[in-house]
Design a protein around this ligand. Structure first.
Ligand SMILES: Cc1cc2nc3c(=O)[nH]c(=O)nc-3n(C[C@H](O)[C@H](O)[C@H](O)COP(=O)(O)OP(=O)(O)OC[C@H]3O[C@@H](n4cnc5c(N)ncnc54)[C@H](O)[C@@H]3O)c2cc1C
Length: 427
């Protein structure tokens, strides 16, 4: 039998196992399903708190962070927008401090470069006031109301009437951070493993915890922790969680600035978001590799892990269309949805949105970029604005809703899950 192991060198190795060794190898204290940043942060936190415990992390792709984590905007969010006291607010702020400290300690590419949120129209001033107030309540360090002249000093090409400066926002290589979290945990305990290319298929409760059946083998864990992003609802149901909600995917397409356009953006430029939606609006982001991205839009997708504009998956589509929450979402947001679809296929419309902040941006300044898909737990009433959500059974913990800013908040979420494991289970 061949099995894939993930070692601290972040490479995939093939290790043949003997039968007796295998029996021992298949017992773990904790099994984590999903190798995005939430799974890796949970692994890291659990291992640091319990150096003697053995943990298995299963990831179905050939690398960590291949879905939401590796395709996001790469922004370390400040915590500006989230309802004071909510899990998003508390974990984002704590997680931001932790991820910056982690990046410094382990040399992860990052830069706390700050961002501006800009109002370009008087109709946005009410929402700008509301965000400013929330930011003050959330004690966002250095948050300042700035005039159009001050905005120009920071971002000379932006035309705006009012704005906020958020100096503690930053950018980071989230994929690099994810890999490093796993690497540090693996170095701490030699019997902890990360298996890539291994899909968890079934979960069978037993007297010691549960057995996980994968496409390659079977493993016993005293506790299972699910951090499976776009598949969270399906795996929760498979594990016996009575979940009414479903995960829906919203694809976000990006454009990149060409060399001729790059000088028009210095750091991060965000519009004032519409509070009716869980998205921050199409923004400009300087990435850690020096590229400047513009996006993402938000298009309902018929393939959860599909990154092309016309990607389609029958199971995902049937799942979405047989769920009442999806139709309620469509009915409530018909106009927004149609506009987003039109913008997804029209560079001209995308440019028009961007020109609201930077009027001198031209078609030649933009080239098509990549895409990411956000997982949002859609409520039965069609609302997607829920807080982070973590639930547990008698043998498992499920991270059911971890949309943005969960990458920023990952170490705080990992800490919270580790505490839940300690409080609810005997390891
Ligand atoms: C376009 C976009 C922009 C965003 N921008 C930001 C941002 O700037 N800042 C920020 O903080 N957040 C941002 N977010 C949100 C952030 O990326 C996510 O909240 C975060 O990455 C969630 O991490 P995760 O580990 O839960 O999910 P994922 O990264 O999706 O990881 C889940 C993993 O589980 C694996 N998996 C699923 N099922 C199985 C199975 N059966 N067996 C084994 N493995 C399985 C998947 O393959 C996947 O690798 C953005 C998201 C998107 C999509």
């Amino acid at each position: 039998m061949e099995r894939y192991y993930f070692h601290s060198s972040i490479q995939t190795h093939v290790v043949p196992l003997g039968h007796n060794f295998e029996a021992l190898e298949n017992q773990f204290d904790i099994i984590i399903i999903g190798g995005g940043i939430v799974g890796a942060a949970t692994l890291y936190k659990l291992q640091m708190r319990h150096p003697n415990k053995t943990i298995l992390l299963l990831e179905k792709e050939g690398a960590l962070a291949d879905h939401q984590t590796g395709n996001n905007s790469g922004v370390i969010h400040s915590g500006l927008y989230y309802k004071p006291g909510s899990l998003k607010a508390v974990n984002c702020i704590q997680g931001r401090h932790e991820i910056v400290a982690f990046a410094k300690e382990y040399g992860i590419n990052h830069d706390v470069c700050g961002k501006v949120v800009v109002a370009t129209d008087a109709s946005e001033l009410g929402n700008l006031d509301r965000i400013h107030k929330t930011g003050i309540e959330n004690k966002i360090e250095g948050l300042e109301r700035i005039t159009s002249a001050q905005i120009k000093e920071i971002e000379p090409h932006v035309e705006a009437i009012d704005g906020l400066h958020v100096p503690c926002t930053g950018i980071i290589d989230f994929r690099g951070a994810t890999e490093k979290m796993a690497e540090v945990a693996l170095a701490k305990q030699s019997n902890t493993k990360v298996h890539l290319n291994e899909t968890a298929l079934d979960f069978i409760k037993n007297e010691n915890g549960a057995e996980v059946v994968t496409n390659k083998g079977r493993y016993n864990g005293k506790v299972l922790v699910f951090c499976s992003g776009l598949q969270a609802d399906r795996l929760a149901k498979k594990d016996g969680v009575d979940l009414k909600e479903k995960v829906v995917g919203f694809r976000g397409d990006y454009y990149e600035l060409t060399d001729q356009g790059k000088h028009k953006v210095k750091h991060l430029i965000y519009p004032v978001p519409n509070p009716d939606f869980p998205f921050l609006g199409v923004h400009f982001t300087r990435m850690t590799d020096g590229e400047i991205e513009c996006g993402p839009n938000a298009v309902f997708t018929f393939k959860r892990e599909g990154y092309g504009k016309t990607d389609f998956d029958l199971k995902d589509t049937m799942d979405a269309l047989t769920y009442g929450g999806t139709w309620k979402l469509f009915m409530k947001n018909m106009k927004f949805g149609i506009n987003e679809y039109r913008r997804a296929f029209s560079k001209k419309l995308f440019l028009k949105t961007l020109q609201r902040m930077i009027p001198d941006l031209t078609m030649d300044d933009l080239r098509p970029g990549r895409a990411g898909v956000r997982a949002l737990l859609l409520r039965t009433d069609g609302d997607t604005r829920d807080d982070f959500r973590i639930e547990y059974t008698d043998h498992s913990i499920h991270v059911l809703n971890a949309p943005s800013p969960a990458a920023t908040a990952s170490l705080a979420i990992g800490e919270q899950v580790a505490k839940m494991v300690e409080e609810r289970f005997e390891l």
